[in-house]
Design a protein around this ligand. Structure first.
Ligand code: G3P
Ligand code: MG
Length: 247
């Protein structure tokens, strides 16, 4: 089985539901709760800057509007990505991947970079994120790259083959074995609802690590860990803490 330096618990979007997702403030909150690894969503601006945002559009998690990937960075730079969550986070910016890497380093945190391409930019995003990740995390634990977009994983594989990759699936695919082999994945990242104990056994027997999202009930997290799941990505960074155990 592949080298897997990552912890059992991963804070979803930085600080789960306790901070505005995918911001530097969220990373700080995740660290304050003792987490040693975070997941976040990375995409490209129209002029090729890599920054964090989950949705294609700005409306849900900021005071901006429109398709973020169609805007140049100077139009995204001053967007407020904190006020929608709470006035306490007013003015929190959309962070660049470079700032995120620096903050992770300061906190001694590992990273799962979910490559979230704006439709039509899968290859470019996969390549650019992988190349940036290689450079920004040099000398540290390699960030785990993952994506729902197969073309993005292919591009990441070509650009920085040494960085570990995980295939993200929200629906079960019977061709998971061929796909993960072709993409050279070390892990499969599944909606936890797709799993039962037999599937965990089958995936592990194929040599894959398993990360599940988004698990917010401690009892479910215990069951999944007992089955042999390697990592739980959670919004409940308070009740499913960094030291959470199966028993
Ligand atoms: O990477 C796990 C999880 O973040 C995938 O779903 O929609 O929260 O990015 P989503
Ligand atoms: Mg994500």
């Amino acid at each position: 089985m592949s080298n897997w330096p990552y912890p059992h618990i991963v804070a979803h979007r930085g600080g789960g539901k306790l901070a505005p997702e995918n911001t530097l403030a969220a990373i700080d909150v995740g660290a304050r709760y003792g987490h040693t690894m975070i997941e976040f969503d990375a995409r490209l601006s129209q002029d090729g800057q890599i920054f964090l945002l989950h949705d294609d559009t700005l409306e849900r998690t900021s005071n901006g509007w429109g398709v973020a990937g169609e805007l140049p960075w100077d139009k995204l730079l001053n967007v407020d990505a904190g006020s929608w969550f709470s006035s306490k986070f007013k003015g929190e910016p959309l962070p660049l991947l470079s700032q995120v890497a620096e903050r992770c380093k300061q906190h001694g945190m590992m990273a799962n970079i979910e490559i979230k391409p704006t439709t039509g930019t899968e290859t470019q995003t996969g390549e650019m994120v992988a190349l940036a990740a290689r450079q920004l995390w040099e000398g540290q634990t390699a960030p785990l790259l993952s994506s729902f977009a197969i073309a993005a994983l292919e591009a990441a594989q070509n650009a920085a083959p040494e960085l570990p990759r995980g295939l993200l699936l929200d629906e079960w695919r019977d061709d998971w074995r061929e796909l993960t082999q072709r993409l050279g994945c070390v892990s499969i990242h599944l909606n936890h609802k797709l799993l039962d104990e037999a599937r965990v056994r089958e995936l592990k027997a194929a040599g894959l690590r398993i990360l599940v999202y988004t698990v917010n009930a401690p009892q479910r997290a215990r069951t999944l860990l007992r089955w042999g799941v390697d990592a739980i990505c959670t919004d409940r960074i308070d009740t499913i803490g960094a030291d959470f155990k199966a028993q």
